[in-house]
Design a protein around this ligand. Structure first.
Ligand code: SF4
Ligand code: SF4
Length: 354
């Protein structure tokens, strides 16, 4: 039987006030928060964005969510995990400071922020997963300990997985540092000697100190590299290259199995919300913003696989072309197909337009 995916259509560009009121009406009228019980600790997982002009989900939505959740006498908190790579979000302290600069203070969201994976990303709980690659996955502690979960994800293109939405936010975004490394460990880039200008930016950004400079170009030590892809992201000269054919499948499978671990852990106690607004070529971790599709709206479902399948279909039908032609040339539908293959969720959906 197809899974229901609710669809709130955007009226005009970045119409957050309207979308927020529509989302509130949907959550209440369709009883989508009825699984929240009194005194539940509710983790609300999102991404605070890299800079203010990017496409992250704006704080006003969380203020509305916190009001609804508190009316149900639960205890909601916003949560995130540290990144593998260097930057504004690589440990608990600077990540919280960054969130506040991005407008996610208590006054703006009505919720405190608790880092799910502790100070250094090391706080983790291993949970079982019926995957093909993993029998257990390392998830951020508070994601596991929370009694309910609301995943609020922003749909974007993504250089490793083709697109990022609920599955990516769950698989990578809810993993501890150890879980993230397990997902990235086989994606190893290399440097094209002719294109490298020896600017040294990748050396500064590499979280594993895997890059050195020789006479001719930057050199990556593949034994040290943790495969985070940050060098690819920061090189402005396209000198860093991945063998996508060898890696995209592996990365997407690992992300999906980690997401499966999250979903299994929160069976019947989770809701998934995807924002198809301010859709950019790159994910919200990147500092450049280039919108590739007009705003579409918000999708909501109890099933993250149905939700992502519907999101991808809507994006491609609205654009009239494949996402891989607008963002990265990666078979991004692979993550949906793999979820189906391992018995995770339901990729068949029916859209209920609000
Ligand atoms: S960022 Fe690119 S151009 Fe600069 S040193 Fe690294 S590989 Fe070379
Ligand atoms: S060399 Fe490896 S660890 Fe360093 S930034 Fe690139 S992918 Fe990440």
């Amino acid at each position: 039987m197809p899974e229901t995916v609710y669809f709130i259509e955007s009226r005009e560009k970045a119409d957050d006030q309207y979308l927020c009121s529509q989302l509130e009406s949907l959550l209440v009228s369709a009883g989508l928060l009825d699984f929240i019980e009194e005194r539940d600790m509710v983790a609300v997982k999102t991404h605070f964005g890299e800079t203010k002009d990017l496409g992250f989900v704006r704080p006003l939505y969380f203020l509305m969510l916190s009001r609804l959740l508190k009316e149900r006498k639960s205890a909601p908190f916003l949560t995130e995990t540290s990144t593998l790579y260097k930057g504004n979000r690589s440990n608990g302290v600077i990540h919280l400071e960054h969130a506040h600069r991005q407008g996610f203070g208590f006054e703006q969201t009505g919720m405190p922020i608790l880092m799910a994976d502790g100070l250094f990303g090391e706080e983790e709980i291993e949970v079982p997963v019926p995957g093909k690659l993993f029998k257990s996955v390392k998830l951020a502690t508070l994601v596991v300990k929370a009694q309910a979960l609301i995943m609020v994800s922003h749909f974007t293109g993504h250089l490793g997985t083709g697109f990022g939405a609920a599955l990516k936010n769950m698989g990578m975004g809810c993993a501890s540092r150890g879980g993230k490394m397990a997902q990235h460990s086989t994606a190893k880039p290399s440097v094209k000697k002719k294109a490298c200008t020896k600017c040294g930016v990748c050396v500064k950004w590499c979280p594993a100190s895997a890059i050195t400079m020789n006479e001719e170009c930057a050199v990556i030590d593949k034994k040290i590299c943790i495969g985070c892809g940050q060098c690819l992201a920061v090189c402005r000269f396209d000198a860093v290259t991945y063998n996508w054919g060898a890696t995209y499948e592996d990365l997407q499978k690992k992300v999906v199995e980690h997401a499966f671990g999250v979903a299994e852990n929160k069976k019947g106690k989770a809701l998934y919300v995807n924002f198809l607004t301010r859709i950019s070529k790159d994910c919200d971790c990147m500092s450049g913003f280039h919108q590739i599709v007009p705003d579409i709206g918000i999708l909501v479902s109890a099933d993250p696989v149905a939700l992502d399948a519907a999101s991808l279909d809507l994006v491609e039908s609205r654009a009239g072309k494949k996402l891989s032609d607008m963002a990265y040339n990666i078979p991004c539908r692979f993550q949906i197909d793999y979820a189906r293959e391992i018995g995770f969720g339901n990729a068949d959906y029916t859209i209920k337009k609000i």
